[in-house]
Design a binder for this molecule. Structure first.
Ligand SMILES: *Cc1c(COP(=O)(O)O)cnc(C)c1O
Length: 403
């Protein structure tokens, strides 16, 4: 057999994606104002971002970024262990640890890198990582990087997690789950999972990318909302790019584990520190997220209004109380056609297709922000109804858009 040609293989797989309505294109926004995006010369109301609290353009956040950049510059200069660690990073780590009520926190370049770091630094060849089947891609890739055994259990099934841990009694174990599932919006059964982890002497790790800022007292996230402390969940992931409207991520929890990450995790050590200005912006955002309970209240009101209106119009929603409200379309082409019909009505909603979600579960992922008004929520409901009529079963307006 001759060696396969990479370019030929790439061309063949792209053709196959096109045939399946799975080509992915990037839409370019020219401007953004809150939830409004300018795309291809039109302003659209976005229900596709993760700026759940509406902090990304807050003047205090932007001021912190500008002030710090004016003094310290645009870059991180070096990795944290060389000379890149700045007082702005330290202040952010302290603030997040204080917010969550945990001993320590460590700042990473992104949530994806943080997940790679946690599993790579904690687990080796003889160990096992047990994960929910719908966990974020970065957790799956992290297990590959760690070289550990990866065992997945059915979505939200704590007994499934128990069975997987029992079946692998040798080696250290990490039980890793999303707190809020990014494409479904539901919350993991964290209390039951914590009991399973304790019974099986596994360490529990919660990726709370979509929970922090939104759920729990003071927006402390899904772990706090479940009443769990650092004993039950020694490490959790806080991302800064979603509800906090900034960029980067922290791993927060037990002080010994956090120090171990800082000293040994390759995705922490061998990369440039986040720009101090970005950390300063995040610090301002965290302070606002802690203080502004009204943002969570407005968000909850929009979610409730949407769910009630959708039910009245006969749309079947998944059971989610979070800002992520998926509408299953099953068929990829139908999801694309609905997204296009919504866009024709001035709304930007992402059509999410496999492999981001399982086969046959293409969906519209509708996401809310504290900045959405009642008028905008109602307009989306009307547009959804119109889109359902327009698309029918014909998929007439299907065009390759969406994630
Ligand atoms: C977005 C996301 C990440 C990655 O975070 P980034 O900071 O965007 O790299 C990790 N886990 C989950 C569940 C996410 O939704």
């Amino acid at each position: 057999m001759p060696r396969p040609d990479l370019r030929q293989r790439i061309a063949a797989t792209r053709k196959q994606r096109a045939a399946q309505d799975r080509v992915r294109v990037r839409r370019t926004a020219t401007r953004r104002d809150g939830v409004r995006f300018e795309v291809d010369g039109h302003w659209l109301t976005g229900f596709c971002g993760n700026d759940y609290l509406g902090l990304s353009q807050h003047f205090a956040v932007v001021n912190a970024l500008q002030d710090t950049a004016a003094r310290e510059g645009a870059g991180g200069v070096a990795s944290h262990l060389v000379c890149g660690h700045h007082v702005a990073h330290m202040a952010l780590e302290r603030e997040v640890a204080d917010w969550l009520g945990v001993p320590d926190a460590l700042l990473f370049g992104s949530g994806f890198m943080a997940n790679l770091a946690v599993l790579q630094a904690l687990l080796g060849d003889d160990d096992i990582c047990v994960q929910d089947r719908l966990n974020h891609a970065s957790l799956v890739d992290a297990a590959r990087l760690a070289g550990c055994k990866l065992r997945r259990y059915p979505h939200g099934d704590a007994e499934g997690a128990l069975r997987q841990l029992r079946a692998s009694p040798d080696g250290a174990a990490l039980l890793a789950t999303d707190g809020v599932f990014s494409m479904d919006g539901d919350v993991a059964p964290l209390k039951q999972l914590a009991l399973v982890a304790r019974a099986q002497r596994a360490t529990m790790y919660v990726d709370d990318a979509h929970g922090v800022g939104v759920l729990g007292p003071e927006g402390r996230g899904s772990v706090a909302d479940a009443g769990l402390g650092v004993d039950a969940v020694p490490l959790q992931l806080v991302t800064l790019g979603k509800a906090l409207g900034s960029y980067g991520a922290l791993v927060a929890g037990d002080a010994d584990l956090v120090r171990h990450l800082a000293e040994t995790a390759r995705p922490y050590i061998y990369t440039t520190a986040l720009p101090p200005a970005q950390a300063a912006a995040s610090l301002a955002a965290v302070k606002l997220a802690r203080r502004d309970q009204w943002r969570r209240e407005r968000l909850a009101a929009s979610i409730a209004r949407f769910r009630e209106g959708a039910a009245k119009r006969g749309f079947e929603l998944l059971p989610s109380d979070t800002p992520i409200q998926p509408l299953l379309c099953h068929d990829d082409a139908r999801a694309l056609a609905l997204a296009q019909a919504l866009e024709d009505q001035g709304h930007w909603v992402a059509a999410i297709r496999p492999p981001t979600v399982p086969e046959g579960q293409a969906r519209l992922r509708i996401a809310f922000s504290a900045l959405h008004t009642e008028v905008e929520v109602d307009a989306l409901l009307d547009a959804l109804e119109w889109a359902r009529e327009a698309v029918g079963n014909g998929f007439a307006t299907a065009r390759a858009t969406g994630a």
